[in-house]
Ligand binder design. Structure first.
Ligand SMILES: Nc1ncnc2c1ncn2[C@@H]1O[C@H](COP(=O)(O)OP(=O)(O)OP(=O)(O)O)[C@@H](O)[C@H]1O
Ligand SMILES: Cc1cn([C@H]2C[C@H](O)[C@@H](COP(=O)(O)O)O2)c(=O)[nH]c1=O
Length: 756
């Protein structure tokens, strides 16, 4: 089958992009191109993105011609099967002829599939595609030709089967050549949009058009001829001619109109290698590259699940007591879900990592199969079927985008070939084994405690498929995960809101980071000094610092935020938040991290919580946005201990006034503002009690100091306390630790995330 070719053996359809082929050369795993960014990275509306893809001439031509070919293929699939069935009489013979043609379409994959990829990687892909399509044109046209020449029914069916087998064999060479070539035609940033367009054309628009056209043609021909046979003008014959000529058109357009497919770089890979060597190398590449392993595993798992759903669909519909109509409804629901997943999925998950999205989509599809297994009512089953389709559609889109964008050109053909062969095999096995199993097992009465519970083998099988699919999805996710340690659901939620999470900057602290927080006049500076003195007395290196104003830049920022003018020129809350964040970024990069890296104890008078309390609760900016900003500024660096000195603002402000050093812009705020700040601090401490020491700051400074020192000494004694910090030791395990929500930086600017 060709582009968008219908039937059970669907292959991955990639119409995508990779102008950057530096993956293999760039010091990464050989064959792996740089990570594929989500298409949404460039802030275009769907319509703009669509136009920008279609403006690329070679892609536009290919898309149009493949659309026409896809229409022809769907038409052809219907036609070949109906045509074969029409040549024989009797229900059994008709069924065998119909099924036989479809089975024959799947068989060549077993024999030639893996080898076909070598051809795609070895020879000029434009030439390969054009020759294959000329051959397919001849073969498609030969099927009605044989009938026209007056051969007997059996001969016609036999030739239809042989021609179909040959067409499929050729298709197996054509698909990897096309899949591997198309990513070179378009910039990678447009890859996902191009895939969406091709998938929707192939699986949404053209099959519907083909079915409508087939019905219209049938009505037209019957209208003209009554029930007389029209020979060459039979609908099935016309469909086969259309299929044949669509292939001729593809060959001509690809050869004369899309020369870019040949590329300008000369032969790919190592042409001096023998075919066998290239074949073996392709398999080795798949086996040792986690991304490809994960993709292959996930795709095969999804196809196995899909096969079981198809194989059991009729029995499942009757287990709902809803008859044949329910079967068609469920089938339709899966396709509706598929279109929704492909069309809307990227808009919903936005900047989500496509590797993660792939695994999650497979888990969604499998969990929905599980849901189908326990669905008691048709409405539940419809919902389950839509979700199965949506999960499968999203996995399909993410998988094609990843395969097209992240696998280097010289092995791409072989990887596509393995995927297409594997999917055909798995699908065929799953459909046939599951339908045989449910047919044989039927519905058994189980006598559990005389309850007479009826267990349907269809549902059991769906249950097993769902569970197996979930395992395949999770395992694919693990193999491919590009954000280890980042909680999945939080990342998903952040992505949906436009702020995907990313792990904290890898950093090994050998020191201890203690922060003092609290309202105005709580006694922070006093306690910072006391603690520093006590630790220095123990022989520790101590760095005392503060926010804002610990660095040269920070001092200027401090002037801006605390001494700023009032009136129309006064700082807006957002500008204030950004200035505190800028101070923090400079502070962490130039003071805190270097000191921690060399093993010092860093004691900071204020840190992130001050922004959450003052700008978040005080100025009433959205706290999660302020939190994101701080996490971004600090690269996710968290303190080992936060000492919160809690005092009534009236008391604290009175102390400040007594200090007689004047009042700054924030101290000048109303008491209600400072009350909001106080309760925000207390809430933050309550949410993470292990990391906080909350002290009543109305006590004397002398009473407070020993408690703080004891806690800091305790941190050294118990390295598991507050994230494992221990003085003079390296607390972070190698690799990425598991991170909690606030340790994650949510990345709004995707360009920043993709800096080289
Ligand atoms: N526990 C305490 N009891 C009474 N007074 C205190 C206590 N701690 C500090 N003070 C006094 O209160 C005033 C403010 O103390 P300090 O500067 O340490 O507070 P702060 O929290 O750092 O203030 P700011 O928020 O303005 O930076 C100082 O005059 C200080 O001597
Ligand atoms: C870090 C930080 C501070 N602030 C406010 C809190 C105080 O009013 C001043 C700092 O003065 P201090 O005498 O050094 O305590 O700035 C803030 O609003 N947001 C922050 O992130």
């Amino acid at each position: 089958m060709g582009s968008g070719e219908p039937g059970a053996g669907q292959h991955l359809e990639v119409a995508a992009i990779d102008t950057n082929q530096s993956g293999a050369a760039g010091g990464k795993t050989p064959g792996a191109a740089p990570s594929t960014p989500p298409a949404a990275q460039v802030d275009l509306t769907g319509y703009q993105a669509l136009r920008s893809v279609l403006r690329i001439r070679p892609f536009r031509r290919l898309w149009l011609v493949l659309g026409a070919a896809s229409f022809g293929d769907w038409f052809g699939l219907l036609a070949t099967s109906i045509f074969a069935a029409a040549q024989v009489s009797g229900d059994t013979a008709k069924g065998a002829a119909f099924g036989g043609v479809i089975a024959v379409r799947l068989l060549p994959a077993l024999i030639l599939g893996p080898v076909a990829g070598v051809l795609a990687d070895r020879f000029d892909r434009r030439l390969t595609m054009a020759i294959c399509d000329i051959l397919r044109f001849v073969l498609f046209a030969s099927i009605p030709m044989v009938a026209l020449l007056g051969a007997r029914g059996g001969v016609v069916v036999g030739w239809a089967a042989i021609a179909t087998f040959l067409i499929e064999t050729i298709t197996l060479i054509w698909i990897p050549a096309k899949e591997a070539a198309v990513p070179n035609l378009i910039p990678r940033t447009r890859l996902e949009m191009a895939n969406q367009l091709t998938l929707i054309t192939t699986y949404g628009i053209t099959p519907i058009l083909a079915a409508l056209s087939a019905a219209a043609l049938e009505a037209l021909v019957r209208g003209i001829s009554g029930n007389e046979s029209l020979g060459w003008a039979e609908p099935a014959q016309i469909a086969l001619w259309i299929n044949a000529f669509s292939r001729l058109a593809t060959a001509l357009v690809v050869f004369f109109g899309i020369k870019e497919i040949s590329g300008r770089d000369g032969p790919r890979g190592r042409p001096e290698q023998g075919m066998l060597r290239q074949f073996v190398d392709g398999w080795k590449f798949i086996g040792k590259t986690p991304l490809v392993r994960g993709l292959v595993l996930g795709i095969l798992g999804a196809f196995a699940g899909g096969g079981i759903v198809i194989g059991t669909a009729r029995f499942f519909a009757s287990s709902l007591g809803a008859g044949d109509a329910a079967f068609y409804l469920l089938f339709g629901a899966i396709f509706v879900g598929l279109s929704l997943g492909i069309g809307l999925g990227p808009m919903i998950v936005r900047e989500m990592s496509r590797r993660r999205w792939f695994g999650m989509s497979i888990v969604l599809a499998s969990a929905s199969v599980l849901f189908l297994a326990v669905a008691l009512h048709l409405s539940m089953a419809m919902l389950g079927a839509i979700l199965v389709g949506a999960g499968a559609g999203m996995a399909f889109l993410a998988g094609t985008t990843l395969l097209g964008g992240e696998i280097a050109d010289d092995v791409r053909g072989r990887v596509f070939a393995v995927v297409q062969t594997g999917t055909r095999l798995v699908l065929m096995l799953a459909i046939s084994v599951s339908s045989v199993l449910v047919g044989v097992a039927g519905s058994r009465e189980l006598n559990i405690a005389n309850l007479g519970i009826s267990v349907s083998s269809t549902r059991l099988l769906l249950l097993v498929a769902g569970i197996a699919g979930i395992f395949a999805g999770i395992s694919a996710f693990r193999q491919m995960d590009d954000k280890p340690g980042v909680p999945v659901l939080l990342d998903l939620w952040g992505s949906i809101r436009g702020r995907p999470l990313s792990p904290a900057e890898p950093f090994t602290s050998a020191g201890l980071f203690v922060v003092f927080e609290g309202g105005e006049g709580a006694g922070k500076s006093t306690q910072v000094t006391r603690l520093a003195e006590a630790l220095r007395a123990q022989g520790r290196e101590v760095v005392v610092t503060r926010e804002p104003g610990a660095t040269g830049v920070g001092k200027r920022i401090r002037g801006l935020v605390l001494d700023g003018t009032e009136g129309p020129e006064s700082l807006s809350p957002r500008a204030e938040a950004l200035l505190y964040a800028a101070d923090r970024a400079q502070h962490v990069a130039t003071v805190v991290r270097p000191a921690l890296a060399r093993g010092a104890v860093v004691i900071s008078d204020r840190y992130v919580d001050s922004s959450l309390a003052y700008q978040g609760a005080g100025r009433t900016l959205p706290v999660d946005e302020v939190s994101w900003l701080s996490s971004w500024a600090t690269g996710g660096l968290k303190p080992d201990l936060v000492v919160l000195l809690d005092v009534d603002p009236v008391v604290g402000l009175a102390r400040v006034a007594e200090r007689g050093a004047g009042i700054d812009r924030l101290e000048n705020e109303a008491v209600e503002f400072h009350e909001r700040v106080r309760y925000a601090f207390l809430d933050l401490a309550a949410a993470d009690p292990k990391r906080y020491l909350v002290l009543d700051a109305s006590q004397s400074a002398v009473e407070i100091a020993p408690t703080v020192l004891a806690r800091v000494d305790g941190l050294r004694a118990d390295p598991t306390d507050s994230g494992g910090a221990e003085l003079g030791k390296v607390p972070d395990p190698p690799g990425q630790p598991r991170l909690s929500e606030d340790e994650l930086v949510s990345v709004m600017d995707s360009e920043w995330e993709r800096r080289p």
